[in-house]
Design a protein around this ligand. Structure first.
Ligand SMILES: CC(=O)[C@@H](O)[C@H](O)COP(=O)(O)O
Length: 260
C-alpha cells in the first residue's frame, strides 16, 4: 500500500519544505545565507526588534535573505506584553516586511516561556487587523485550541525552551495538540539535533521551526543539510506508519518450512 502526502499549506500558500528557519546567532551573514540555501527552507523568521534599521548594504541582515525564494516571517522576539507585540507587528507591516507574523509574547527572561494570556490577547487584535498569525505557545493543548479558536493560521508549540536544544520534552502533548486543532501545527524552539526534528515530524506535526540548532552547530551548513533530511525522513516515517512496539522479540524470518 503506498501512501500519498498532502501539501503543507499555510493560510492558502503551499510550501514544498516543512522546515522553517531563523536568522539569529549565526557566526556571519554569509554562513547564514549558505545555511538558508542548504536547508531548503522556504520561510525565514526575522526578529523585528533586533533589526538594525540604519544598516545599509552588506551590513544589513535583510541584504542576505533571498526573499525571492523564501517568505519572510517577522517575529516579535523580545516582546513581553500584548501591546508591545502588536506594535511590533504593525511596524513590520509598515516596513513592508509581511502581514504574516510569528507572534511571540514571552513570560520572563530566564525561561523565555510564552505568556499565553498575553499571546491570546495579541492574537485577537492582530487577527482582527488582518494579520496571518502564527503564535509561539506552550505545549498545552487547551491553549493551542484557544489560539486556533481566535483565528490563528497555525499553532507553534515549543519542543523545549528557546535555545535549550533539549528536544521534544512532551511528545504526548504535541500529539494531543495535533489531534485537537484543525489548523497546521508547527513545532517551534528547543530542537537540538536532527533526531529531534525527525521525532517532531513523526508525531504528525506539519512543520518544524528552528534556529539555534543550526546557527550554533560546529558546522552550521552541514547541520542545515541534516535538518532538511531529518524533516523529510520524519515526515516519510509518519506517513509510512511505525510498527507497533512489542514487549518481546519476534523473529524476522518466517518460522515455517525450517530445514531440519
Ligand atoms: C528564531 C526564533 O523565532 C526563535 O525564537 C525560535 O523560537 C527558535 O528557537 P530555537 O533557537 O530553540 O530553535
Amino acid at each position: 500500500m503506498s501512501t500519498q502526502d498532502t501539501p503543507f499549506t499555510l493560510a492558502g500558500v503551499t510550501f514544498q519544505s516543512r522546515l522553517i528557519i531563523g536568522t539569529g546567532k549565526y557566526p556571519s551573514f554569509d554562513i547564514m545565507k549558505r545555511c538558508h540555501e542548504a536547508s531548503g527552507a522556504e520561510m525565514v523568521t526575522v526578529a523585528v526588534r533586533r533589526l538594525d534599521l540604519k544598516a545599509q548594504g552588506e551590513a544589513s541582515l535583510m541584504n542576505w535573505i533571498d526573499t525571492q525564494r523564501m517568505r519572510l516571517l517577522p517575529n516579535t522576539a523580545l516582546c513581553y506584553t500584548a501591546e508591545d507585540a502588536v506594535r511590533t507587528c504593525r511596524l513590520a507591516e509598515e516596513l513592508g516586511m509581511s502581514k504574516w507574523v510569528k507572534l511571540e509574547v514571552l513570560g520572563d527572561e530566564k525561561t523565555l516561556y510564552p505568556d499565553v494570556e498575553e499571546t491570546l490577547k495579541a492574537a485577537r487584535i492582530l487577527v482582527k487587523e488582518g494579520f496571518t498569525v502564527l503564535p509561539y505557545t506552550t505545549d498545552d493543548p487547551i491553549s493551542a485550541r484557544k489560539l486556533a479558536d481566535v483565528g490563528c493560521a497555525a499553532v507553534m508549540p515549543l519542543a523545549a525552551p528557546i535555545g535549550s536544544g533539549l528536544g521534544i520534552r512532551n511528545p504526548h502533548n504535541i500529539r494531543l495538540i495535533r489531534e485537537l486543532v484543525k489548523i497546521p501545527v508547527i513545532v517551534d524552539a528547543g530542537v537540538g539535533t536532527a533526531s529531534d526534528a525527525a521525532i517532531a515530524m513523526e508525531l504528525g506535526v506539519d512543520a518544524v521551526l528552528m534556529n539555534t540548532a543550526i546557527a550554533g552547530a560546529k558546522d552550521p551548513v552541514r547541520m542545515a543539510v541534516a535538518m532538511r533530511k531529518a524533516v523529510e525522513a520524519g515526515r516519510d516515517a509518519f506517513l509510512a506508519g511505525r510498527i507497533p512496539r512489542k514487549a518481546y522479540a519476534s523473529a524476522s524470518s518466517p518460522l515455517e518450512g525450517l530445514v531440519e
